[in-house]
Design a protein around this ligand. Structure first.
Ligand code: FES
Ligand code: FES
Length: 162
């Protein structure tokens, strides 16, 4: 089938069998390699992207279900030269060890900050539960999310004052 969807703000058209995982299409057809294949079973979160603003496991999302929908990947949050706020916070906190889980972690965390820019520690921990890090950098990951939240808060504060 032919699927037309919006990926990182751009319309893309791909040809694939309907049950092809979105993850495969992103990596193999669209050259978007940030999302990773970990388990392929919805158990690790390495493949996390946004579908219409919600964090989903792209390994379990059939491309046939994405017709005319919006997908955002890590590449859509910023660039190496101009990282997004959360990406910069992960860099500042040196939250990656091997890095394999990090794209998924950032996309999961971004979906939280998009709806709640000032989450509590408990909310962060609960929200991040589906994503696993085999290197055990969870403390740094949580610090990075809190750092991004603080930056968002200070920007909003400035906006209120002006
Ligand atoms: Fe998708 Fe593990 S690769 S959840
Ligand atoms: Fe290695 Fe998370 S940094 S799996």
């Amino acid at each position: 089938m032919t699927v037309s969807l919006i990926v990182n703000g751009q319309r893309r058209t791909v040809s694939a069998t309907p049950d092809t995982p979105l993850l495969y299409v992103l990596r193999d057809d669209l050259d978007l390699n940030a999302a990773k294949y970990g388990c392929g079973l919805g158990q690790c979160g390495a493949c996390t992207v946004h579908l219409d603003g919600k964090a989903v496991f792209s390994c379990l999302t059939p491309i046939g279900s994405t017709q005319e929908r919006e997908v955002t990947t890590l590449e859509g949050l910023g660039t190496q030269e101009q990282p997004g706020i959360l990406q910069q916070a992960f860099i500042d906190e040196q939250a990656a060890q091997c890095g394999y889980c990090i794209a998924g972690m950032i996309m999961r965390a971004q979906s939280l900050l998009d709806r709640n820019p000032a989450p509590s520690d408990a909310e962060i921990r609960r929200h991040m539960q589906p994503n696993l890090c085999r290197c055990g950098t969870h403390h740094r990951i949580i610090r990075a999310i809190k750092r991004a939240s603080a930056v968002l808060g200070s920007r909003n504060g400035k906006g209120d004052a002006s």
